[in-house]
Ligand binder design. Structure first.
Ligand code: F0G
Length: 350
């Protein structure tokens, strides 16, 4: 049985014997070797996917939420709150349920994938939908937690970043070294900040001799860091990263600059190409935002920007089942056929 994340990395996390560990045995997700798009194979580039969809609530958020909710419990909190494009909400709802706390999640109405809303509802969270985008929701939930006895569990809560840094630890545990590149989607920018923190701690302690170049990818219609200014009305099919003013903007810029990496924009078309490729060729079903890392790396590979022999790790942030709506729009379900062998065989293309 795998252990709670907080037990496995206890030495590197801000917990003590006074911290009640609220856990779903998160983390320890598979690092899956990919055969990769042709451009990777031709150049001898090794691609690995860290599949965070294998976490208990189906996204990487559980790494940060186990710590944020455990610390909230340590400090006697009765309720937690988060603004969310959906995954943070689902994770907060699950961990709060486990801790016997109330969860309040503030969502941008109409822009949260169905699976995430269903999770939050069934876990018993109090859902507030606002007529606005994620950035409005985050502003409101910050004000809410300043004025009411509720603990904020968005990634502006430093325990979220501390928990999420463990992804880098697991990659190093599995590879025995740091990869050459680490690519991931960027929304509110907490995760790229957390990855970089994790690698940097191992580097400073001499566990690894080098750190990866961090490659962050925003959706083209929601790419404030690339543009250099907030985006008033962000738009993308990848609703998880439909964010115009990321809270951890500076952390992302630091990760980019200190690692000699890059933060670039990928179009919805590139995201969908990577989404279909991962599912139909590699057998890994992710939600659209999670495909943004591969979309960007694919472009880097085709442009010859990744050197021969490099190792690239992609964080695949969330499970494809989170967003059945996109799957249904992307792949048409065929009409039913009569319950007869000949009709079934013909429909099966045999
Ligand atoms: N991928 C997925 C599946 C996400 O849900 C998110 C963020 C990201 C990538 C981006 O990570 O914000 O740390 O840069 N989702 C947040 C939420 C905003 O509310 O669930 P980030």
């Amino acid at each position: 049985m795998n252990q709670p994340l907080l037990e496995r990395y206890r030495q590197r996390l801000p917990i003590s014997s006074a911290t009640p560990v609220v856990s779903l045995n998160e983390g320890d997700t598979p690092l899956i070797p990919l055969s990769g798009p042709p451009a990777a194979r031709e150049r001898g580039v090794s691609l690995f996917a860290k599949f965070e969809g294998a976490n208990p609530t189906g996204s990487f958020k559980d790494r940060g939420m186990t710590l944020a909710v455990s610390k909230a419990a340590e400090h006697g909190a009765q309720a937690v709150a988060a603004a969310s494009t959906g995954n943070t909400a689902a994770s907060a709802a699950a961990y709060a349920a486990r801790a016997g706390m109330k969860a309040i999640v503030v969502l941008p109405a109409g822009y949260v994938a169905a699976g995430k809303v269903a999770q939050s509802l069934v876990h018993g969270a109090r859902i507030v939908q606002v007529s606005g985008n994620f950035d409005d929701a985050l502003r409101l939930v910050r004000e809410l937690t300043e004025n009411y006895p509720v603990t904020l569990v968005n990634s502006v809560n430093p325990f979220r970043i501390q928990g999420q840094k463990t992804l880098a630890f697991e990659v190093v545990d599995d590879l025995g070294t740091a990869p050459t590149y680490h690519a991931l989607p960027v929304g509110n920018a907490g995760n790229i900040t957390a990855h970089w923190l994790g690698y940097s701690e191992l580097y400073e302690d001499g566990v690894i001799e080098s750190r990866p170049r961090m490659l962050g990818f925003q959706a083209a219609g929601a790419a404030p860091i690339v543009a250099g200014h907030p985006i008033e009305k962000p738009q993308t099919i990848a609703t998880a990263i439909r964010i115009g003013n990321p809270a951890s903007w500076q952390g992302a810029v630091n990760a980019r600059d200190e690692s000699h990496g890059a933060i670039e924009a990928v179009s919805d078309e590139e995201i969908l190409r990577a989404y279909h490729y991962l599912a139909s060729r590699e057998g890994i079903f992710v939600e659209p935002a999670s495909a943004a890392g591969l979309a960007g790396v694919w472009r880097w590979l085709e442009a010859g920007r990744i050197e021969e022999g490099a190792t690239v790790v992609l964080t695949l942030t969330g499970h494809g089942l989170k967003d059945p709506g996109t799957a249904e729009r992307e792949v048409r379900l065929p009409e039913p056929v009569p319950a007869e062998l000949s009709a079934v065989a013909a429909a099966a293309g045999l």
